[in-house]
Design a protein around this ligand. Structure first.
Ligand code: GLN
Length: 538
């Protein structure tokens, strides 16, 4: 029987609810329990797929093809449990489901209302697609006090009441600031945030206090007293040196212990913190650095390439080097200063992207990597750009381009209307932009004697996709005759999935997003090998 844990946030956003939830999940899993992590987002988009990374950070893609909140990436990285479509819901999705039902007449005769219809739909989400999980951890996006999150809070309040005593637990994460001028730790914002939560009818069982410095017992007592929580359940979380230290820190603060105590459970086995201790040591130890340039449109936004940044860190860990990311705005690249911009760079990575802006700069950088034998890794849009660069500068197809941003070009990259998935023909559509890309996990077969086969040590792989356009397979022979090999193809041989360059130390483009599957405890081979090659670059 599943027990439910609801994680809310107070005072300010970005306190690390996702990381706290993911760390708690790891601790429970490592003590022998089965855990599922879910996220409720209070915005009106059906999913974050149509939002710019400037608005929402990275869009994380699951195996089953959902475009989800980036917190689901944290969940997967910490727990190694693959997230599913059924693990993320938004206000938009809730309303869209309800309105579809209303049009069908499913509520005939009734007035459709927030309570009970919206809250019922949210409660359905909480319990949907659960089998033998011991714990379901649901994170509620936003901050308590926001208008948008009210229906979610009301739904979890009702849920807990309906489930009965001790079947669900509320964790509230707040900020406990330190005021330099008075040299004091302040508990008032936490008191106010809990007051707000209680006014909705939710009494938190555990309060996690995020703080720059240790919270003295006197202040913890104060939080305990004013917020009506036993002092043992006032858990501090001090800023960690690397996010991978978070499970260790929560274990030391006994978060998992207090959660199990609440449900009157005991660990089935001892928590294993060794992997996180090793990773933390590895990351913090002094070592050489490898400079990798990431050339994209959203490079200055911290969360825009979250999984990518993590995957590169994992690659560095395997190679015992610190990966230093040099973020280069692609539309600021100037052909004449390229040498200067890319001085001291050991590897160039072009991540996924959409639209015309910055494509000229990306093509210049790819040309530089190809000609100067700098290790190059192109992901999704990055692979498409590498093919266009090759077509322009090696195959001499002057107007080579992508129909995504140039309708009059020679389409090296174009729209695919149909493709095969596991034998079924799926129709693509470009009419609606939301949720209509080639999304989720697809098989690619790898060519014998290719570099990619050596990297994966396999002839067949499954990776996650998120794209609408494809490299034109009809050009395969032309490309290969000049040294760009299509070394991975979809099982029907119609879609180029991977390209690599002969006579180059490391030049790989992939149509999928390997970063979504890299785990700190299981780094992705493409990132390990890319960093290895970059480390060798003189
Ligand atoms: N814009 C490209 C496409 O739709 C690439 C997408 C991406 O990089 N994720 O195919």
């Amino acid at each position: 029987m599943a027990r439910y844990i609801f994680v809310t946030g107070g005072v300010v956003s970005s306190l690390g609810k996702g990381l706290s939830s993911a760390s708690l999940a790891y601790l429970l899993i490592s003590q022998g329990y089965k855990v599922r992590l879910r996220k409720m987002d209070p915005y009106l988009n059906i999913d974050p797929g149509t939002m710019s990374p400037f608005q929402h950070g990275e869009v994380y893609v699951t195996d089953d093809g959902a475009e989800t909140d980036l917190d689901l990436g944290h969940y997967e990285r910490f727990t190694n449990v693959s997230a599913k479509k059924s693990d993320n819901i938004t206000t938009g999705k809730v309303y869209s489901d309800i309105l579809k039902k209303e049009r069908k007449g499913s509520y005939l005769g009734k007035t459709v209302q927030v309570i009970p219809h919206v809250t019922d739909r949210i409660k359905e989400f909480i319990i949907n697609d659960i089998s033998n999980e011991d714990f379901v951890i649901c994170e509620i996006g936003g901050t308590v006090g926001d208008i948008e999150s009210l229906p979610f809070l009301e739904a979890i309040r009702q849920f807990s009441n309906e489930k009965g005593l001790k079947k669900s637990l509320f964790i509230h994460l707040t900020l406990v600031p330190y005021l330099k001028s008075s040299d004091e730790i302040k508990t008032k914002p936490t008191q106010h945030s809990v007051k707000e939560l209680r006014s909705i009818g939710i009494q938190p069982n555990i309060i996690i206090c995020r703080s720059e410095r240790p919270i003295p017992t006197s202040q913890r007592k104060k939080i305990s007293l004013f917020c009506n929580v036993p002092i043992s359940n006032v858990i501090q979380t001090i800023d960690v040196r690397t996010i991978y230290e978070a499970p260790i820190s929560f274990f030391n603060e006994k978060l998992d212990k207090q959660v199990l105590n609440f449900f009157k459970l005991k660990p089935k086995k001892k928590a294993n913190l060794k992997p996180w201790k090793n990773i933390t040591k590895q990351i913090l130890s002094k070592k050489q650095t490898t400079n990798i340039a990431i050339i994209g449109k959203y490079v200055n936004l911290k969360d825009a390439y979250k999984s990518l940044d993590e995957a590169l860190t994992h690659g560095g860990m395997v190679n015992n080097t610190e990966v230093k990311l040099i973020r280069v705005e692609s539309d600021k690249i100037n052909k004449n200063d390229l040498k200067k911009t890319l001085k001291n760079i050991s590897g160039i990575l072009i991540p996924g992207g959409f639209g015309k802006r910055g494509t000229d700069g990306k093509i210049e950088a790819i040309k530089y990597a190809r000609e100067n034998k700098t290790p190059f890794f192109g992901i999704c849009f990055g692979m498409q750009m590498a093919c266009i660069e090759f077509a322009k500068n090696v195959l001499k197809i002057k107007n080579a381009g992508s129909s995504e941003f140039d309708k009059n070009c020679f389409p090296i990259v174009g729209l695919i209307e149909e493709w095969n998935k596991d034998g079924d023909l799926i129709k693509g559509t470009n009419k609606n932009l939301g949720g209509t890309m080639r999304l989720g996990s697809y098989v690619a077969n790898l060519r014998h004697n290719s570099m990619i086969k050596k990297i994966y040590k396999s002839t067949s792989i499954r990776e996650r996709h998120r794209h609408r356009y494809e490299v034109n397979i009809n050009l395969k022979h032309k490309f290969e005759s000049k040294g760009m090999i299509f070394s991975g193809l979809s099982p029907d041989n119609r879609l180029p999935e991977i390209i690599e360059l002969k006579n180059h130390p490391w030049f790989v483009g992939v149509q999928f997003h390997p970063e979504f599957k890299s785990r700190p405890l299981l780094p992705h081979p493409l990132f390990s090998e890319f960093i290895k090659a970059a480390k060798l670059k003189k």
